[in-house]
Design a protein around this ligand. Structure first.
Ligand code: 13P
Length: 247
């Protein structure tokens, strides 16, 4: 069976209580969206967001610690995200890899913690512009997948997001052929590593907008998107959800 499509919004370090009105607007406009919809707001907003999201929209975190609890000032455990109402968590985003020195091993440990807490781990991979220019893209993605996916990953508890670092927040996107090439590699690479590899949702992320969403969603093995800037406003995220539901 084809994987259920997923439109995921990553609010990053944006938004406040007033911004939850955007979730209200999405719920009102898309009561039965036709695909899975997820919003990952800053951690402080998870609980109030869940209270307003209803059943139409899932809520997720943007990071968790690898340990279940303990002396880690400022960090959040996967079970605490779950307790607040999250069902998913983004892990290994390139901004966390760059800003916080997260390695593939860190990401795998966090994903295992997420699974143990009953969360779906959205594991991010992506090449830098220098790596693409050097012809290293496929090798980089393969290595990130091999190192970042923990034992016990399944189609039910793991989503992979391909986010080229140079496409994030830049308005630049790869060609459809470039996205297709990476997504085909990812599908193949998951075989033997993840139970039911064919059912793992593979998201594309990086400057997804209403104007380019339909073209991206038509690419083989693209099962949805991880959207940054365009997920902040219902007026932008809504058309992306609609394009995915129609794809
Ligand atoms: P933009 O959609 O703003 O390019 O961000 C993509 C992203 O990093 C989502 O995680």
């Amino acid at each position: 069976m084809a994987p259920r499509k997923l439109a995921a919004g990553n609010w990053k370090m944006n938004g406040d209580l007033a911004a939850l009105a955007e979730i209200d607007a999405l719920v009102a406009d898309y009561p039965a969206p036709g695909c899975e919809v997820l919003i990952c707001p800053p951690a402080l907003l998870i609980h109030p967001a869940k209270a307003r999201a209803g059943d139409a929209i899932a809520i997720g975190g943007q990071d968790c610690h690898a340990d279940a609890s303990g002396a880690h000032t400022g960090d959040i455990a996967a079970a605490q995200l779950r307790d607040a109402g999250a069902t998913h968590v983004i892990l290994g985003h390139s901004e966390r890899r760059a800003d916080h020195g997260e390695t593939d091993a860190t990401v795998a440990a966090k994903a295992a913690a997420a699974h143990a807490a009953g969360l779906v781990a959205i594991i991010c991979v992506g090449e830098t512009e220098a790596q693409r220019d050097a012809g290293e893209t496929l090798a980089v993605i393969a290595a990130q997948l091999d190192g970042s996916i923990p034992d016990g990953a399944t189609a039910a508890n793991t989503v992979i997001a391909y986010e080229p670092v140079w496409a994030i927040g830049t308005g630049r996107t790869p060609t459809t052929d470039q996205i297709a090439e990476v997504h085909a590699l990812m599908r193949e690479r998951l075989e033997g590593k993840v139970a039911d590899a064919a059912g793992v949702r593979l998201l594309y992320g990086g400057s997804v907008k209403p104007a380019n969403a339909a073209e991206i969603f038509a690419i083989p093995h693209v099962d949805g998107a991880l959207v940054g800037g365009a997920s902040l406003k219902a007026a932008d995220f809504g058309p992306i959800i609609a394009a995915l539901a129609e794809a």
